[in-house]
Design a protein around this ligand. Structure first.
Ligand code: SF4
Length: 239
């Protein structure tokens, strides 16, 4: 079975060579301050269910799980660290007041799409709504709610809704990006089962057969200094 997941598909859609770089050649890109900070906050949020009674324990979890790589200076790291404390304090207070029924965090699912493809994913958070349906939440740490790429992209949350609805045999009625920095949620429309399956099968066939035709913007790519097809690397060599 060929595994499909959102990160893999996202890499393929951004640049077919990035997919090859990460998933065929199994190379890695270095973390930067934003990705490292995102990991630290996600780890703390994962433990939020277990730490709901105590803000101090919540912040301890953050400190215990702090990842310190990817920062260019010690000062930059400390700025991010204290920014994280501020974000988590406001998140804790906001969530305490709204008292959502949280089912799970970092919830793993897998389901077959066809005889050839299996879909896997991990959802940041699943809430139970009053009507018994589920709400899928993906935390966004470094991006604000005006980021058009996220507003237009309903693939990630559709994949999660598809997987989680099958895992729990329950309807998913709400899909949201939760911008943790300003505590705003942005609702996304589900693609629909048929559209999603067709998309995944089409994309999956191309990935499985390693069809590499589309190249992304090398200047905004995390692999720009390492990838053999990088325009950025080629031009900087010539300088
Ligand atoms: S550096 Fe360019 S060619 Fe290489 S993976 Fe990134 S976008 Fe694609």
């Amino acid at each position: 079975m060929f595994e499909l997941n959102y990160s893999k598909i996202n890499a393929y859609n951004f640049c077919n060579y990035l997919y090859k770089f990460l998933y065929i050649d199994k190379k890695y890109v270095k973390h930067n301050s934003k990705t490292s900070f995102g990991i630290s906050i996600h780890k703390a949020l994962k433990e939020y269910i277990n730490t709901r009674n105590s803000l101090s324990r919540f912040l301890e979890v953050y400190e215990e799980n702090w990842t310190n790589y990817g920062y260019s200076t010690g000062q930059e790291m400390m700025d991010y660290y204290y920014k994280g404390i501020d974000i988590l304090k406001r998140f804790f207070e906001y969530e305490r007041k709204r008292n959502a029924h949280i089912v799970s965090s970092e919830d793993f699912f897998e389901c077959n799409i066809s005889n050839d493809f299996i879909l896997r994913g991990t959802v940041d958070r699943v809430d139970l709504k009053d009507d018994g349906s589920l709400k899928i939440i993906d935390y966004k740490i470094n991006i604000d709610e005006n980021n058009e790429n996220h507003i237009r992209n309903n693939l990630q949350l559709s994949i999660y809704a598809y997987g989680i609805s099958r895992k729990y045999s329950k309807a998913v009625s709400e899909l949201v990006y939760y911008y943790v920095g300003n505590l705003k949620e942005f609702r996304i429309e589900y693609m629909g089962d048929e559209n999603l399956r067709n998309y995944l099968l089409d994309c999956g066939e191309k990935m499985k057969n390693i069809i590499l035709t589309h190249k992304g913007n090398c200047y905004s790519c995390l692999a720009k200094e390492l990838c053999q097809f990088s325009d950025y690397k080629r031009e900087n060599k010539n300088v």
